[in-house]
Design a protein around this ligand. Structure first.
Ligand SMILES: [Zn+2]
Length: 305
């Protein structure tokens, strides 16, 4: 099978632990991905909420150097280069703090081939309020400026972790499709899920903007149960009901959250695929979910006129 994953924290974790992408005991290593016939992974450089301004940029640069080295030694090509390698990567930044609060900082990220920016993490940054900010100020003036410039630079906006007002501000000004790289829908009742999952109305708006939603495998967002695949099926079915088949994708959040052992690792994706297949998803829909919806989004972003 082929697989396109819109979010993982693997490179940030490996940087911390000085680990190797080829082989490690986290959620993603290439030795365990070898069954995939084609594999595009978005690697997020996660900017902790303690870092703002130059500290955030310096931190990005340090993890970026690690990312470049791992891609190079493992022969992984940039998705945007359209080379014929089996494994491809897309670089994203989780937390708009990575801009360091300036448009020049955004251009630096563009120069580093960043294609997706998760506007906030949980707290507030220079661009907007995050989903756990005590006071929701939405997008700042600079945040709106940054979104417009991102569209010119062909960098997509990601609303996962963004506050409610931030979401609506972004939807108001967005002229290009945007996504939620790792979120689920609001059918789960706990504190984290209430803030992190998307409402039905938000799902509809993402669909109207021709966006995609990567399903997050975090137990808290899926709803905690023994069988995570069943929970994924419920979230996907609900999203399809509200927004159609063209918006569902995967955003595993591998190496960034607690995942039930039944899905905790790149080697388990095949079993999720097979579960969904046994429960009524046909091959065409499965390929949309596991690959082509995300692929279409980035093809439009990077290669349309
Ligand atoms: Zn996240």
């Amino acid at each position: 099978m082929r697989f396109f994953d819109l979010h993982c924290d693997t490179i940030t974790e490996l940087h911390k632990r000085k680990g190797s992408l080829a082989k490690n005991d986290g959620h993603i290593s290439l030795d365990r991905a070898s069954y995939l016939t084609e594999y595009v992974q978005d690697y997020a450089i996660f900017i902790p909420d303690e870092y703002r301004g130059k500290a955030a940029v310096d931190y990005f640069d340090s993890v970026y150097a690690y990312y470049k080295n791992e891609m190079s030694i493992n022969g992984i090509s940039e998705y945007a280069d359209r080379k014929n390698t089996r494994f491809k990567s897309i670089l994203s930044v989780e937390g708009g703090a990575g801009l360091g609060g300036t448009i020049d900082g955004l251009h630096h990220l563009a120069d580093c081939c960043v294609k997706l920016i998760t506007i906030t993490w949980n707290g507030r940054n220079e661009l907007a309020s995050g989903c756990f900010d005590e006071e929701d100020i939405g997008l700042t003036f600079f945040g709106k400026e940054a979104i417009k410039e991102m569209e010119k630079l062909r960098i997509a906006a990601d609303v996962s972790h963004l506050s409610v007002k931030g979401f609506y501000d972004l939807a108001d000004i967005a002229e290009k499709p945007f996504m939620a790289s790792h979120s689920c829908i609001d059918i789960v009742d706990n504190y984290k899920a209430k803030h992190r999952n998307l409402t039905k109305e938000q799902v509809k708006i993402i669909a109207e903007h021709k966006g995609v939603i990567g399903i997050n495998l975090w137990e808290k967002l899926l709803g905690n149960e023994d069988n995570s695949s069943a929970a994924v099926l419920r979230h996907m079915s609900e999203i399809i009901d509200v927004g159609g088949e063209d918006i569902v994708a995967m955003g595993t959040d591998f190496d960034g959250c607690d995942i039930n052992p039944d899905l905790a690792g790149i080697e388990k994706i095949q079993s999720l695929h097979d579960y969904l297949s046994r429960h009524g998803f046909d091959e065409k829909l499965l390929d949309k979910i596991f690959f082509s919806n995300a692929d279409r989004f980035f093809t439009n972003l990077l290669f349309t006129k």
